[in-house]
Write a new protein. Sequence first.
Length: 149
Amino acid sequence: MPARRQPSNTSKPRPNSHLSDSEITRMLTLDNPGLSTRAITSEMTRSQSAVSRILRTYDYKTFNIRDRTRIRKRKTTKHEDWILTRTTKANDDQAYRDIIYMSSIKVSCNSLRRRLKEIDLYSRVHRQKSVLKSSHKAACLCWARKYQH
């Protein structure tokens, strides 16, 4: 049986591993004096993409996650959101494409879905009422005549 390899004491980057809070703090501390991401990478033995992601995500002063900024410009205005909401509430049994057509606002179905999700309106499919057979109708009529008094 071959001898087992002893784990090396040198710290190497671990692929797909979670960064601990102390590692994140150390990265932010090294970034404060103005070190480049390449220098922090060699110091921390982590990938450069991981270091740059941490520096983009966390704030040095508070050590909290930064607020995410909106990358895309919002497609609809507040007034258009109001029109879409009002049209949807009035026609809650219609499909998204029909609601968009009725409101005459140029948006996609996904945009309408996101706007309605913001105000907690979700699409639901109405359950169909089961059709009564003639035997069911006869049984109901028999029961009603039996207990009418």
